[in-house]
Design a protein around this ligand. Structure first.
Ligand SMILES: Cc1cc2nc3c(=O)[nH]c(=O)nc-3n(C[C@H](O)[C@H](O)[C@H](O)COP(=O)(O)OP(=O)(O)OC[C@H]3O[C@@H](n4cnc5c(N)ncnc54)[C@H](O)[C@@H]3O)c2cc1C
Length: 289
């Protein structure tokens, strides 16, 4: 039987990842609608192969040997629908930056400080509970629409469902299709807040190909500080470097390989463990055999 037009065999993954690193996926599925997403999911389940979801690819580091399974892309679920006062349904494939610029800023909604400057998709942000010291996306989400082996379901989000860069409503094998958000109008000018945090990022974070913070911050401390104290800023391996600007960022400066970045991740973990006795945990999702 011929493949559906949105299924590609040996789909390159590097162009879909912010790091620009990673070999091909055995199958890449790019459904263009909810119907195709359900169909694609069934196709994967029918083949009984490993699968993963990819949104904007801004928080993944994928092996140079690629992924021996199916990668399901969410980019086709790209929509913002207003649902009554201050409520919006946003497709998982919508860019988070678009939600900020098209919904939060024009309405002066609270949340701009938490979400400004975070790249990637709304689905990826809901999976990671992305955010900053100013808050995280789950605080603005009322519910998520999910696709799993049990079909389409809704999950009402409560405070117990999420934590620092994590949540419990999307276990392995589940796809976040949509988030329903309830925003509130802020008393401070959100355009000013937006400009302030964009500026701050420009001044404190490197610009190149990276995944943002490589490690989660340990309770009461900063992974960047610990790595910097170990004297690792500027350390290079192949084409990758621990940023001089922010030690929790590892940048692909010159065609770095997976091993280059992974080697620096391992080095930073080992040195921090040696010096401070602390185990750093990766925030970046590492995809390797
Ligand atoms: C320059 C830069 C700055 C950053 N700053 C921040 C920051 O300030 N705060 C912050 O929290 N993060 C930050 N990040 C990290 C990253 O942008 C966020 O984690 C982002 O929310 C990931 O979204 P994504 O769509 O790119 O996810 P991806 O990288 O595509 O995927 C990340 C994980 O989510 C899963 N996933 C993605 N979409 C879905 C879905 N629809 N259903 C189920 N699972 C899914 C993937 O399988 C993977 O495990 C930064 C990254 C960069 C490059």
């Amino acid at each position: 039987m011929p493949l559906a037009p949105y299924i590609i065999e040996n789909a390159p993954l590097a162009p879909h990842c912010f790091y620009r690193i990673g070999g091909p996926a055995r199958w890449g599925l790019f459904p263009r609608s909810l119907e195709e997403m359900e169909e694609a999911y069934k196709w994967i389940k029918g083949k009984n192969i490993p699968f993963m979801v990819l949104g904007g690819g801004t928080n993944v580091l994928i092996s140079d040997s690629g992924y021996d399974g199916a990668v399901l892309f969410t980019g086709g679920l790209d929509y913002i629908r207003q649902r009554g006062k201050e409520r919006f349904d946003v497709g998982a494939g919508t860019l988070l930056a678009e939600m900020v610029s098209k919904v939060l800023l024009p309405n002066n909604y609270t949340g701009t400080g938490a979400l400004t400057g975070i790249p990637g998709s709304v689905g990826g942000a809901l999976f990671m509970n992305a955010g900053t010291v100013n808050g995280s996306i789950c605080q603005m989400a009322e519910s998520v629409r999910l696709l799993s082996e049990t079909g389409l379901t809704e999950w009402e989000i409560t405070e117990k469902d999420y934590s620092y860069r994590g949540q419990r409503y999307c276990p392995t094998g589940t796809v976040i299709l949509e988030g329903r958000f309830h925003f509130t109008v802020d008393e401070n000018d959100q355009r000013t807040v937006y400009e302030h945090y964009l500026d701050r990022r420009r001044n404190t974070q490197p610009q190149g190909r990276c995944c943002g913070s490589v490690f989660k911050n340990p309770e009461g401390d900063h992974a960047g500080r610990l790595i910097e104290e170990c004297g690792l800023k500027g350390t290079r391996l192949g084409g990758a470097v621990i940023s001089e600007k922010h030690a929790n960022f590892i940048v692909n400066e010159a065609d770095a390989s997976f091993d280059d970045v992974y080697g620096l991740i391992s080095l930073a973990k080992a040195r921090v463990k040696e010096r401070f006795g602390m185990e750093l945990t990766e925030e970046v999702r590492i995809i390797k055999d």
